[in-house]
Design a protein around this ligand. Structure first.
Ligand code: HEC
Length: 98
């Protein structure tokens, strides 16, 4: 009982500290496509949160079309230390698997 309260509190404080990631969709099976698995979308979300909010706020994936995102991603990729396969995962997430 005490343990679960401690756990709950640490989860809550963790959420409070992270920057406004609640508005970023959390992938579910419904978001998977022929070219994006659930695991890829989940990894892409985490990479996006960890690497793309350092210089500006985390833009919402739904604010731009997949075509616009692809152009932004190619401009932004050199600004990060991500590998090309990691960039592909970020792209899958923000483009909603497109
Ligand atoms: C080193 C700093 C830096 C990092 C890291 C960075 N960006 Fe940017 N980003 C910028 C700057 C500066 C601009 C505005 C000027 C420009 O477009 O180059 C920008 C603009 C953008 C825009 C355009 C917003 C608009 O309305 O025009 C998007 C979208 C974007 N970044 C997404 C990303 C993504 C996705 C990543 C991670 C892969 C990322 N950024 C990482 C510096 C950064």
């Amino acid at each position: 009982m005490v343990m679960s309260i401690v756990l709950l509190l640490s989860v809550m404080s963790c959420k409070k500290d992270s920057t406004n990631t609640n508005s970023l969709y959390t992938p579910t099976l419904a978001d998977t496509t022929a070219t994006a698995t659930l695991a890829e979308l989940q990894q892409g979300r985490q990479l996006y949160i960890d690497n793309c909010g350092k210089c500006h706020t985390l833009y919402n994936p739904d604010s731009y079309s997949a075509t616009q995102w692809k152009a932004f991603i190619s401009n932004m990729a050199p600004k990060t230390n991500l590998t090309s396969s990691e960039i592909t995962l970020v792209s899958k997430y923000v483009c909603r698997g497109k």
